[in-house]
Design a protein around this ligand. Structure first.
Ligand SMILES: NC(=O)c1ccc[n+]([C@@H]2O[C@H](COP(=O)([O-])OP(=O)(O)OC[C@H]3O[C@@H](n4cnc5c(N)ncnc54)[C@H](OP(=O)(O)O)[C@@H]3O)[C@@H](O)[C@H]2O)c1
Length: 186
């Protein structure tokens, strides 16, 4: 049986940014077609999600766009843990828990909720880094788009040198994207 994993699954520019400095993802939508990506296979195996507040607020601000793309303004049926030190409003009908601080306690709760499924750390990069720092990140699955942004929100603001990430698969998706999977050495 597959072992349950904690995965950082995200799309990046070639120069390592997941959003522009003002949180735009417009650069990404022209590159990627959700239906042709690994997303549907991936999300079917996810039992719990974690995201930072900027990612959550992007979803709230872009609810119409998300609905057009996925069929629902809040596309997740799984419970979602949103990290924030502020008081944010919840989305009606969404299973959202607002949390702050140490990711380890939260990860325990997520593990229990996810059961035999995986945990998806949606982003941003520093939140994925916090899971990495705690030794809780198992895999990075990164779709790299054929664009550069020059500056923006970083994919993974950490220095990972040893053990190096182990490349486990490479998948070309047309001429605008490649998906790389890396296992995190422990
Ligand atoms: N391309 C992709 O695949 C992809 C994937 C994910 C996200 N994105 C986009 O990339 C951008 C990410 O933004 P971001 O880098 O700023 O990251 P983020 O993780 O979404 O948000 C960062 C904020 O989350 C809160 N936070 C993080 N860790 C916390 C902790 N341990 N305890 C309490 N609060 C915590 C803090 O804000 P407060 O405490 O002030 O709330 C922090 O400033 C967004 O625009 C998002 O839409 C893109």
């Amino acid at each position: 049986m597959e072992v349950m994993k904690t995965q950082y699954y995200a799309a990046s520019s070639l120069d390592g940014f997941i959003a522009t400095e003002d949180d735009s993802l417009e650069w990404l939508f022209s590159l990627a077609n959700l239906q042709e990506s690994s997303y549907s296979e991936f999300i079917a195996e996810v039992g719990a999600l974690a995201m930072g507040s900027a990612t959550y607020e992007w979803m709230v601000r872009n609810a119409a766009k998300v609905a057009a793309e996925t069929g629902s303004p809040w596309p997740y049926t799984q419970p979602v843990w949103v990290f924030t030190c502020r008081v944010l409003s919840a989305i009606e009908g969404a299973d959202i828990r607002f949390v702050k601080g140490d990711v380890r306690q939260v990860h325990n709760d997520m593990r229990l909720a996810a059961g035999a499924k995986n945990i998806w750390v949606v982003g941003g990069g520093d939140l994925a880094g916090q899971f990495y720092d705690a030794g809780l990140l198992d895999e990075l699955i990164i779709q790299i788009g054929s664009v550069t942004l020059g500056k923006g929100k970083q994919l993974f603001p950490r220095r990972v040198l040893s053990p190096i990430l182990r490349l486990s698969s490479v998948r070309q998706m047309g001429t605008a994207m490649v998906e790389l999977r890396y296992e995190v050495g422990k």
